[in-house]
Design a protein around this ligand. Structure first.
Ligand code: GLA
Length: 697
């Protein structure tokens, strides 16, 4: 009988499974695009290995421990306190060119498992699983993988990220593990290391070429990503939400859905994987009105005045923002009852009667009459012990009887698993959104969870966000957690922007933003021009460098423009105009990253006809002259007209000797730019050269 294969093919990749009547499908290929043809079955092409079971147990889509599979399991279950070992069969597989659905059942164990693998617009694979208790007794679920897949024996290395508040997304590169590699998040939020994710590099893979697998999990709570070497000679990659012991009990008939895993398989290096991940993320964002509007330029009040609010001062700040060309004014922390510092007020979501005796309405109306949208900061999941809410409902905060209840930033976490807590928060936020012309909420979450809230806490926040979005569909929401502590594809389904980091130092931001863009598109990357010296690092940088680094993202200002002199204010206003002029090419398009010689990094944004290029020098050059910048993404362009728009920061060398490149657009072939390179001006440390390129006629 011919082998029944089911497969999904993207432009670059193929995923091929072999179906069997009596067990889950077997993995045959997950990598570069292939034509599978008439393959012999795996059993006809696999040799026997000594000291192995007489029945071969290759990697299937649903490996379980205990019956001859010795690698990681996709599922771990208990019934009556003992391990429940599923052996799936019968099997039902349906497939078209967009999706494969695998339905597995085990009558003896009383469980069924439905696995879905689909192609996302942009080419990434989406994987998820749903488990049903078909038996007549409760089942405890200890683990349900969203994805468990093979990585080829030619995999060469891993890229991942770690981070802390003010230092998000620090990139780590390491060789493939000889045993197991684990990235677990246990803080209750996805955390400052960025989304639960990993990138696997094939041999020789880099930004522009080579086989790359990149996986992110759409989950905002605890998670596990594991890469494990198997003694068969290949690696497995698995990803899923972590459950607390005993947390997930399925009663008869109940089901459990895993978060989605998004897997990019690229033959065009890390840039190809980034394009697939950004496209998949774009699918998750639900824009008010159905499509993304040009991203309005923000001014956020936090670093301009911290908690020091009064109605008059804030009105002055708003006017200064409007004068610069800002389009959305966001009133950050400090506006609500009792909030004169971070010791009190969280939970009481009404305007502070001392700072805003008439409430926020006059301010919000004034902001809108200045032609700006009004945005408001909230941190709904939190409560200060010094608040009316806590005094009335101390039991609403997460706690374990008889155990300490540690505060962080003087606050506790509300138990979002409780419907009455969600109802209270919905009521408080709904009242604000109904009373005030609020276009935008900056939704913060300023601590790790201890005691843990588990899966129920994550589902609770998703539920609350969904309910608010349904009631106020035109309101955009930003996900913030002390900067980028909750940036993931799970919360992206309910939000429209991420606050990338509280560290706005432009040198720090270069690498933070590169890590962010590996999984998220630039239009959701909050990127502000902060003060100099930067509040988070104490380093000083020119206004031009700060603005140029923020330019590719969702642009904003995080300073008090009234503290700038007239020249600086005019310069900032000009950058805002420049951003507005180009945001159509920066957002909703493709991103490319690369390295130049001598410590230079670059980023381009655009499409097959036009792009903006940012050549970024953070530290001083060591070489006498800058070397031409290779731009492999242009290799297929017949001809490109490329123009230096500006140098943000400064250039070194003799002003008298200005190469023609500076003043007139140059025309080159794409292959020249890809392989011989673009001549660069000699940049000073902390400078960005911004070029515009377009397909020449
Ligand atoms: C967090 C955010 C900041 C600001 C403060 C307010 O740290 O990341 O941007 O909103 O909270 O307390």
């Amino acid at each position: 009988m011919p082998t029944r294969l089911v497969s999904l093919h993207s432009d670059q990749a193929s995923l091929v499974l072999e179906c069997r009547a009596d067990g889950p499908p077997l993995w045959r290929h997950l990598g570069a695009r292939v034509v599978e043809g008439d393959l012999p079955s795996l059993s006809d092409s696999r040799t026997a290995a000594s000291f192995s079971l007489d029945v071969d147990v290759p990697l299937s889509t649903a490996p379980a421990a205990g019956l001859g599979w010795f690698g990681p399991a996709c599922i771990a279950l208990r019934r009556d306190g003992r391990a429940l070992i599923p052996a799936f069969g019968p099997v039902w597989v349906t497939a078209d060119d967009q999706a494969i659905v695998i339905e597995l059942s085990d009558a003896l164990a009383g469980v069924s498992l439905r696995q879905l693998i689909a192609i996302e617009p942009g080419g990434a694979f989406r994987l998820s699983a749903e488990l049903v208790n078909t038996g007549d007794k409760p089942i405890c679920v200890d683990w349900l993988a969203s994805a468990l897949l093979p990585l080829s024996a030619s995999s060469a290395g891993l890229i991942s990220w770690r981070g802390r508040h003010n230092a998000e997304l620090i990139e780590l590169a390491e060789a493939m593990p000889q045993q197991a590699w684990l990235r677990e998040g246990r803080r209750g939020i996805s955390g400052h290391g960025g989304p639960p994710a990993v990138v696997v590099l094939g041999e020789g893979a880099g930004h522009h070429t080579g086989l790359v697998h990149a996986l992110q999990l759409g989950w905002s709570g605890d998670s596990r990503i594991a890469v494990e070497r198997d003694d068969e000679g290949f690696w497995t990659l698995s990803a899923g939400a972590i459950f607390q012991p005993g947390e997930v009990i399925l009663q008869p008939g109940e089901s459990l859905s895993s978060p989605e895993a998004i897997l990019a398989v690229s033959t065009q290096g890390r840039n190809g994987a980034m394009a697939q991940q950004q496209a998949a993320l774009r699918q998750r964002i639900s824009w008010p009105g159905g499509t993304m509007r040009p991203r309005p330029v923000h001014l956020n009040s936090w670093e301009a005045c911290y908690f020091d609010h009064d109605a008059k001062r804030i009105l002055g700040l708003a006017q200064a923002a409007a004068d610069l060309g800002v389009e959305r004014f966001v009133l950050d922390d400090g506006w609500f009852k009792g909030r004169s510092d971070d010791r009190a007020g969280l939970g009481d979501w009404i305007a502070d009667p001392v700072k805003y005796p008439q409430g926020l309405k006059p301010l919000a109306d004034a902001v809108t009459s200045m032609g700006m949208e009004f945005g408001l900061w909230v941190e709904p999941e939190m409560v200060n012990p010094d608040s009316d809410l806590y005094r009335a409902h101390p039991d609403w905060a997460l706690h374990l009887p008889g155990r300490p209840q540690p505060t962080a930033r003087n606050q506790l976490v509300l138990n979002l698993a409780l419907p009455k807590v969600r109802d209270y928060l919905f009521g408080a936020l709904d009242a604000l959104l109904s009373e005030l012309p609020i276009a935008y909420l900056k939704w913060d979450h300023n601590r790790d969870l201890a005691p843990a809230g588990g899966r129920a806490q994550v589902l609770g926040i998703y539920d609350l966000l969904a309910r608010l979005r349904a009631a106020h569909p035109m309101v955009e929401i930003e996900s913030c957690a002390g900067g980028g502590g909750r940036s993931d594809a799970g919360i992206a389904a309910h939000t429209h922007r991420f606050w990338t980091s509280d560290n706005i130092d432009a040198v720090s931001r270069v690498s933070i933003q590169r890590g962010f863009l590996a999984f998220f598109p630039p239009e959701v990357m909050g990127a502000h021009v902060g003060a100099s010296p930067a509040h988070a690092t104490g380093r000083s940088q020119s206004l031009a460098f700060r603005a140029a680094v923020a330019m590719p993202g969702h642009f904003g200002v995080e300073l008090d423009p009234r503290k700038l002199n007239d020249t600086e204010r005019a310069e900032l206003a000009e950058w805002i105009t420049f951003h507005k002029q180009w945001r159509h090419l920066l957002h909703g398009q493709q991103t490319w990253h690369g390295h130049g010689a001598d410590g230079l990094v670059w980023q381009a944004a655009g499409n097959a006809r036009e792009f903006l290029l940012f050549a970024i020098r953070c530290g001083p050059a060591h070489d006498r002259r800058p070397q031409p910048l290779l731009l492999p993404f242009l290799a297929d362009w017949p001809s490109c007209e490329i123009e230096l728009l500006r140098i943000a920061g400064g250039e070194t060398g003799h002003a008298a000797h200005r190469p023609a490149l500076y003043d007139t657009p140059q025309c080159c072939t794409g292959s020249w730019l890809a392989h011989a390179g673009l001549p660069l001006p000699p940049l000073k440390a902390e400078s960005v050269a911004i070029f515009h390129g377009r397909l020449a006629a």
